[in-house]
Design a protein around this ligand. Structure first.
Ligand code: SF4
Length: 246
């Protein structure tokens, strides 16, 4: 696929039009990554409808780290029920988790950035690699306004780390726009947002934010620098940080 032409043609298109373009290019060879967040719920809503209109199965995966909030599992089940599809749910490798917990303790991620990244590697990065393996392209709900690291995100890009095309069709969306669509389309929503959460992640590593704090400050709040889990984007490019022992 010509990524430059795709970006030029569809950069300002609406979401259904962009999704149709992705499906035209990749059909069932593309998968959506969902964390059951606000963005991913809106993306899932339009993605499933587009797939159903085109007669293709919606392929959407969730990384079940084993440490998600109960509310996240609830909205997962509610979304399957509402739209009539089944998520591809990936769990971490059992032996890798057991080794991690044996060495660092059940909540060892609080002790250092290195251990936290090791936990994210075992519980997220490795399962992500398995989730993406069968596909030629993947889709995220990342937005430019979420953080400075995401400010230059393109609509489509070559994900060299995973050797696939990657699409970010919500790059121009604002939080207000997302909530308006959730209300108008009655999209199932993670109950954590009503408790002050602005980011959906693992229970021990994500918390509600206080007025005036940035949306990302609820994630890994005890750390002062690194705020990514190794999955996504640095300066507009997908970079998976090397972990110790790799
Ligand atoms: S967010 Fe926390 S619990 Fe989840 S994988 Fe990363 S370090 Fe582990």
């Amino acid at each position: 696929m010509d990524i430059t032409a795709f970006n030029t043609t569809l950069d300002t298109a609406d979401l259904p039009t962009t999704i149709a373009g992705i499906l035209d290019a990749f059909g069932e060879r593309v998968v959506v990554a969902s964390s059951l967040s606000l963005e991913d719920q809106v993306l899932t809503h339009y993605w499933v409808k587009a797939c159903q209109a085109q007669g293709v199965d919606p392929h959407i995966f969730v990384l079940d780290t084993g440490r998600l909030n109960p509310e996240t599992y609830t909205v997962l089940a509610e979304t399957e029920q509402a739209y009539g599809f089944r998520y591809q749910v990936y769990s971490p490798d059992t032996q890798a988790v057991e080794a991690l917990v044996q060495e660092h303790g059940i909540n060892g991620f609080y002790t250092s950035v290195a251990v936290r990244q090791q936990c994210c590697f075992v519980r997220k990065v490795q399962p992500l690699q398995r989730a993406l393996a069968p596909y030629d392209a993947w889709v995220t709900g990342l937005r430019r306004l979420q953080s400075p690291d995401r400010a230059q995100l393109p609509l489509a890009e070559w994900d060299a780390g995973h050797d696939k095309t990657k699409f970010n069709p919500l790059i121009h969306w604002t939080e207000e726009h997302l909530w308006a669509v959730v209300d108008s389309e009655r999209i199932p929503m993670n109950a954590l947002y009503a408790q002050g959460y602005t980011s959906i992640g693992c229970a021990p590593c994500t918390r509600a934010i206080q007025p005036g704090e940035s949306n990302r400050s609820g994630r890994w709040w005890w750390e002062t620098s690194t705020k990514e889990c190794g999955l996504h984007v640095v300066d507009g490019k997908v970079v998976r940080k090397k972990q110790e022992g790799q």
